[in-house]
Design a protein around this ligand. Structure first.
Ligand code: ZN
Length: 487
């Protein structure tokens, strides 16, 4: 049935349309008024303010990057170029136990918190979540954000020495900080139990904090204690903790690390499916066989190649292989790594078959895990979403385009409880990406990681055009999205 509108602010016509639910595409026009979609289908608009010709292009909900460390990037680069250029319209920040707020500590942020909290610069210090959210509201970004509060950040607030389990009074302080943040709109809580500042926390400490989420319908996301030899045990710990706390849980960047664990994604995915029958479980994944984090000696044995992403002591090492540096310095790789500290690396530790199996799982969400302030970042920062659509959908044919978009939009919006986003229908927020399904591809590589993707036509955030023809428009219509209770 043809709909007729007198006028609208923005009219996208001539394209194929995907609604984000996984349903196949159809020919449809999209009319937008203010920040909302007002009509989808065969639409006739007599007097549109602005028209976009989407012939040969796909119109889809803006992508939701469920796993980011963009807390500071939203303020330091409000265009959030690495993400906006990929068609991302919402980022979930504060992952892996590390959030920019609330930060009350006087000591320098320990790794990996130093990836987002600058150690040599007092700006970007936010003692409360509301001080962070006010800064974002005063200086809005081009895209939306949804914040998790990190356990490592909370431990630094409440504890003088973080290399032990927290005491009862310290847990009480952390719970208060978390509850206040949730009251101020934070969307959930994250852990990075693999990392030193979070590792000494036993499951009971995590549970005590995660139990604050329930009244706010908040989400718990976890970089688990172990993604290598103890992968399955870590999954069990995760399910048990979330079940006791009564909250939904997201397993961050699901992977099988180290050659001894290749192939175990068959078992891990089966275990996730089984747990999901009893409780709300979900997971995200990035489309690469290498991960990236701070320099950690324990990562050497499980990696077959390591590229340095930054080094405070030797900035020129960014982009070089650790093995080459060790050869140049005539020392062991362990010794070279210790001289490069503090710093970061890209660790090749996964098997492509596992990555493809995890990506293909119907529950999988896409999350970049990009680290935005690295000198020579992992290419996932600039390439994740177009890489899934180009390499894994068009070339490898792992799953179809509608399912791929569903992994980037509808599934994340459901799991993170993002109201009226992720699925395009009449009345929903107008977060839209228009891309060419025949040409979309990632350009960022391990050698040249800072490269805009190809094939993104236009990106619309809350009804405003934020990206067109490979450039940002200067539009800053991103909102801070809040938990469903504060919304
Ligand atoms: Zn992580």
């Amino acid at each position: 049935m043809k709909k007729t509108l007198g006028k609208c602010d923005l009219f996208i016509k001539g394209g194929d349309f995907l609604d984000g639910t996984g349903r196949p595409s159809m020919k449809a026009d999209v009319a937008i008024n203010g920040d909302r979609v007002v009509a989808i289908g065969i639409v006739n608009v007599e007097n549109p303010e602005q028209t976009i010709d989407a012939t040969n292009h796909m119109i889809a909900p803006g992508f939701i990057d469920v796993h980011t460390h963009d807390d500071r990037l939203l303020l330091s680069n409000p265009e959030v170029t690495p993400k906006l250029s990929q068609g991302v319209t919402t980022v979930v920040v504060g992952n892996c136990g590390a959030s920019l707020s609330p930060w009350l500590s006087n000591f320098p942020p320990p790794p990996p918190l130093d990836l987002i909290i600058p150690s040599d610069n007092e700006s970007y210090r936010f003692p409360t979540f509301s001080s962070y959210s006010e800064a974002l509201e005063k200086h809005p970004a081009a895209i939306n954000s949804f914040s998790l509060i990190g356990h490592s950040t909370l431990r630094c607030c409440a504890m003088k020495d973080i290399d032990r389990p927290a005491s009862e009074p310290e847990i009480k302080i952390m719970k208060e900080h978390l509850r206040n943040s949730l009251q101020e709109g934070a969307g959930g809580f994250s852990t990075g139990l693999f990392y030193q500042p979070n590792k000494p926390a036993p499951p009971s400490e995590v549970e005590a904090l995660a139990s604050e989420l329930k009244p706010f319908r908040g989400v718990y996301a976890t970089h688990m204690r172990n993604e290598a030899d103890q992968l399955l045990e870590s999954l069990d710990e995760t399910f048990e903790t979330a079940k006791r706390a009564g909250c939904p849980v997201v397993i961050s960047h699901h992977k099988c690390q180290g050659s001894g664990n290749w192939g175990r994604s068959i078992d891990s995915l089966a275990r996730i499916e089984k747990a999901n029958e009893q409780q709300e479980v979900s997971f995200d994944v990035y489309p690469y066989v290498a991960g990236s984090t701070v320099l950690l000696e324990e990562m050497i044995s499980s990696s077959f190649r390591i590229i340095i992403t930054w080094s405070k002591a030797f900035p020129e090492a960014g982009g070089k292989d650790l093995s080459e540096i060790a050869k140049e310095w005539n020392c062991s790789v362990e010794e070279a790594m210790s001289r490069l500290q503090p710093g970061g690396g890209i660790y090749f530790s996964m098997k492509n078959e596992d990555v493809e199996r995890i990506l293909s799982h119907p529950m999988a969400m896409i999350g970049s895990d990009g680290i935005p302030h690295d000198v020579h970042p992992h290419p996932r920062l600039w390439g994740t979403f177009p890489r899934v659509l180009g390499h894994f959908v068009r070339e490898r044919k792992l799953f179809n385009l509608a399912k791929a978009v569903n992994k980037m939009t509808g599934i994340p919006a459901t799991n993170f409880k993002l109201h009226d986003r992720g699925i395009l229908k009449e009345g929903s927020f107008a977060d839209v990406v228009i891309f060419n399904p025949k040409t979309i591809r990632d350009c960022a590589t391990f050698e040249k990681p800072i490269q805009k993707a190809f094939g993104i036509h236009t990106v619309i955030v809350n009804g405003a055009i934020a990206w067109v023809n490979g450039e940002g428009t200067g539009s800053r219509t991103g909102c801070l999205l809040k938990n469903p209770v504060c919304n």
